[in-house]
Design a protein. Structure first.
Length: 171
């Protein structure tokens, strides 16, 4: 992430500008969590541990439903130190991530979406799914988008994992 590189070079204002563009909700989850961790690192470098706490809490709260861990492993040394020494640190939060109950789908999957989901478990490509279902590739893409939206995930493998957690693939 560019903001982290600027922060390492002590270009605080440039890092802050980049972080401001990533902070809104239009960015994918992983870069957003990573940006929050860089912001926490920036605040810690300015000796503001109390101001970094809400940013860390937000990053952890966003990461919890997806059980996102990689950005925390790649975080700067100050953030990793705080997470390791804080009573609510990394081990606590990683344990909480494992205990977080899966959130139910926003709305029920249609029969065709469930069929596409079963094909996703077989790791078929969009083209292979279209051929198996005798539909167009665009139709499969539409179903995949619907599945991702309804399950509240961003990736196909995450949809399969969430569907398994929710027992949607047990039929």
């Amino acid at each position: 992430m560019r903001a982290a590189a600027h922060l390492r070079r002590n270009e605080d204002s440039r890092a802050q500008q980049i972080l401001a563009t990533v902070a809104d909700g239009s960015v994918a989850l992983r870069p957003r969590v990573a940006a929050l961790l860089v912001e926490a690192e920036r605040r810690l470098r300015h000796r503001s541990p109390l101001r970094s706490a809400p940013v860390l809490d937000t990053a952890l709260r966003l990461a919890a439903p997806e059980r996102l861990r990689l950005p925390f492993r790649q975080a700067g040394p100050d953030v990793r130190h705080v997470l390791a020494t804080d009573p609510r640190g990394t081990q606590y939060w990683l344990g909480r991530l494992a205990e977080t109950p899966p959130t139910p789908p926003v709305e029920a999957l249609t029969a065709r979406e469930r069929e596409v989901l079963r094909h996703l478990t077989d790791l078929l490509t969009t083209e292979e799914i279209a051929e198996a279902m005798v539909v167009s590739v665009n139709t499969v893409r539409t179903h995949v988008r619907g599945i991702l939206r309804k399950l509240g995930v961003n990736r196909r493998y995450a949809a399969v994992r969430r569907a398994r957690e929710l027992g949607l693939l047990d039929d």
